[in-house]
Design a protein around this ligand. Structure first.
Ligand SMILES: Cc1ncc(C[n+]2csc(CCOP(=O)(O)OP(=O)(O)O)c2C)c(N)n1
Length: 360
């Protein structure tokens, strides 16, 4: 079974594949906000293309591309205030850059240097999560703690379609719904978990149907339509902030590239299917819409392209430098107060390093 047999009914779309408004909400589309979203999407795609090239040059160990998923990545960041928290996965480096994190720091994990290259507290962005779905209970925990502290902070957690089969996904959603945690779950349904298609991941007609089982609202949006993603997440974040509990948003999109550079997707998916999704490109669609409305002209395009090229040049320069690594940092940030075992491990590493130094 291929993804084209999945039901498309109930999909919120505000701008269609030709850039035309669908009139689905009845309201005006926020043109300036969408232009800012478009700017971040163009920069995000340039980041993604550059990161993919840096893998080929041996500068990155691995890179999971989010090419084609830009509306989800940028929509997630647009929905949040700087005081809110983002819980990304390994595929969401583009969202980190859109949040303001330095692109080289955003790629530290993919370089294989450390688990996280940025300060999570400063950016209110958790380290990118590699084990599937474990970021979801973390997001719920942070949201509960923020509420107990008397703040109106919201946590937004991203996960993939494959992550919905993990126990942590169910535990997080159930707990969040029962205790009305101020959290939003954004399932980026890109149709595949490596080689496993959605049809083998769930027997539900749509992932959003899971929301009802936990007693929370669910919205299914066209994940290649920034306006729809922004609209749905805006409402979900406002609901969480008002104390009305969590929402599950399923964004239906497609992974245009292989899972990572280590994967050969020609072995499990049809080229016609990939090409069909190319016609739904989130950037082209929003560009067409913004051109129709007159806010995207040649000058604006040139300015955005220049910003994207500047970022790509900074990535090339930053990743051309050999990283300064301190092996003793391995045991830092594990616990606020290191355990005796951790201190022992740190001491062993220090002794080994000293011996290496002496034998040079
Ligand atoms: C707990 C856990 N089990 C298995 C894996 C191996 N694994 C890495 S990525 C992946 C597929 C994830 O697919 P999905 O959640 O749809 O996210 P996507 O990569 O498509 O963004 C799997 C099974 C893992 N990282 N963590």
């Amino acid at each position: 079974m291929t993804v084209s047999t999945r039901p498309e009914a109930g999909l919120l779309q505000l701008i269609d594949e030709h850039g035309e408004p669908t009139g689905r909400t009845g309201g005006e589309l926020p043109t300036q906000r969408l232009l800012e979203g478009y700017r971040r999407m163009v920069i995000g795609r340039r980041f993604d293309v550059q990161a993919t090239a840096l893998v080929r040059q041996g500068r990155l160990a691995v890179y999971p591309s989010s090419h084609g998923q830009e509306a989800c990545e940028i929509g997630a960041v647009l929905a949040l205030r700087p005081t809110d928290w983002l819980f990304p996965t390994y595929r969401d480096a583009m969202a980190l850059v859109a949040r303001g994190i330095d692109p080289v720091e955003a790629l530290t994990l993919m370089r294989g240097d450390r688990h996280c290259g940025y300060d999570p507290r400063r950016w209110r962005t958790a380290p990118q999560c590699t084990p599937l779905a474990t970021q979801l209970p973390h997001a719920v925990g942070l949201a509960m703690a923020a509420r107990r502290d008397g703040t109106d902070t919201v946590a937004l957690a991203l996960c993939g379609d494959g992550a919905t089969s993990e126990g942590d996904f169910h535990e997080a959603l159930n707990f969040a719904a029962v205790f009305k945690a101020p959290v939003v779950f954004l399932v980026v349904n890109n149709q595949f978990a490596i080689s496993v298609p959605l049809s083998r991941q769930t027997a539900a007609a749509a992932l959003v149907d899971k929301a009802a089982g936990y007693g929370m609202p669910g919205v299914r949006v066209d994940g290649n339509d920034l306006a729809a993603v922004d609209h749905a997440l805006g409402a979900a974040v406002a609901r969480a902030r008002a104390g009305d509990g969590p929402t599950l948003v399923e964004a239906v999109t497609y992974r245009m590239q292989p899972h990572t550079n280590a994967d050969d997707d020609t072995r499990y998916r049809d080229r016609d299917e990939v090409e069909a999704w190319r016609g739904r490109d989130p950037l082209a669609r929003l560009a067409a819409h913004l051109e129709h409305t007159g806010v995207l002209d040649d000058d604006t395009r040139a300015r955005i392209t220049a910003q994207a090229e500047e970022l790509a040049a900074a990535m090339r320069a930053g990743l051309a430098q050999e990283p300064a690594l301190d092996p003793t940092a391995l045991t830092e940030h594990v616990y606020a107060t290191p355990t005796p075992q951790l201190r022992e491990q740190a001491a062993l590493v220090a002794v080994e390093l000293q011996e290496l130094e002496l034998n040079r």
